[in-house]
Write a protein that binds this ligand. Sequence first.
Ligand code: COA
Length: 391
Amino acid sequence: MGFERLAAEVWNSALGATRRSVQILGWGKALPERVLTNDDLSRMVDTSDGWIRERTGILERRIAGEGETTASLAIEAARRALERAGFDPVDLDLIIVATMTPEHLFPATACLVQDALGALRAAAFDLSAGCTGFIYGLALATQGIQAGAYDHALVIGAETLSRIVDWQDRRTCVLFGDGAGAALLGTSSASGGVLTTLLGADGSGAELLILPAGGSRHPATPETTANGMHYLQMDGRKVFRFATRIIPQATREALDRVGLPLEHLELLIPHQANQRIIEASAQRLGLPLDRIFTNLERYGNTSTASIPIALCEALEAGRVQAGDHLVLVGFGAGLTWGAAVIEWGQPWPAPPVARRTRLLLWLRYRWAPVRSLIRRLQRALGALLQRMSPL
Ligand code: COA
């Protein structure tokens, strides 16, 4: 047994020595302009600003406008993340969109993002892991880069939850909002980066947070629509209990994996679901609230987008410095949970992006729809030629 442990330690440290360090090179967020306040909600359902503030900490949330969708928000956040890093999307190897509200059941929203960015070489797929989706995506992308399968990956959390919320159900409609956040991952010569990721799931809690219809179990019918089965349904109290247990547990486990004591954690960025969940978790962890980042008062719960949006805002607010240790921790439908420990390796404040790079990216994005149109025309022409000469 002793020998096995020693062998594992030697193997792990050899692996660590050869493992590539993965950094967050760029970050961006996108939020709809339309603001829905608690007072607005109190005119729609039987609720009040006082109840929502006291039970959730939320003051307002953003709601997607008519032309805005999960893909459009994801594209905007992605462009900002790429611009922050001065990175050409043509060099992307992978795009992951974590979402509970994809543009369609298929094709993947990530493919629409890939097309709009002109990321010609990138593989693209959606990831469904409830509100933990961004952490799942971060873990997969990090491991793919560490293994040498990819050099650069874009991980996006994007949602239009307002489209699946029952605006007559006060137990759920007050909680959620729309938005997107993105992170560009890649290797760099800086030390630190993503030190570890931890993921978990417990499907026995699947019914606690669910969109019952629209899948193979309950395909859309007039009955499913009449019964409100295309709206998000949730057992709030049970999810609350799960969240306050899993946030401290996942945070501690992730820190233990890298041998980092809690005192050396500069900032915890939890999934922004409810201020009471965050405070109860902080108390269980023994972490002062001033080392926890929150912005849920302005956006509500944006599901997979909440952690990347919070990361962007923590950076913008100067709450993260080079060398700081951060934990991102999430939980959500599934049930799922996940955490990542990051040693911030990028200089901050980040150097400004050159005007030439910005111009190149602008041209790239203007060209992307033209290229897409040419590809469609080529396909149509190919089909026509095939029909004319069947053999
Ligand atoms: N306005 C006014 N009253 C409301 C209300 C609202 N928006 N929503 C619920 N209530 C009422 C309930 O009907 C209930 O009334 P009753 O006692 O007469 O039946 C009362 O408030 C208490 O409801 P309860 O569900 O016990 O409240 P709570 O303190 O647990 O808070 C949540 C409800 C949803 C805010 C809380 O449980 C929560 O945040 N859960 C986690 C949800 C979550 O994070 N989901 C996303 C996971 S990714």
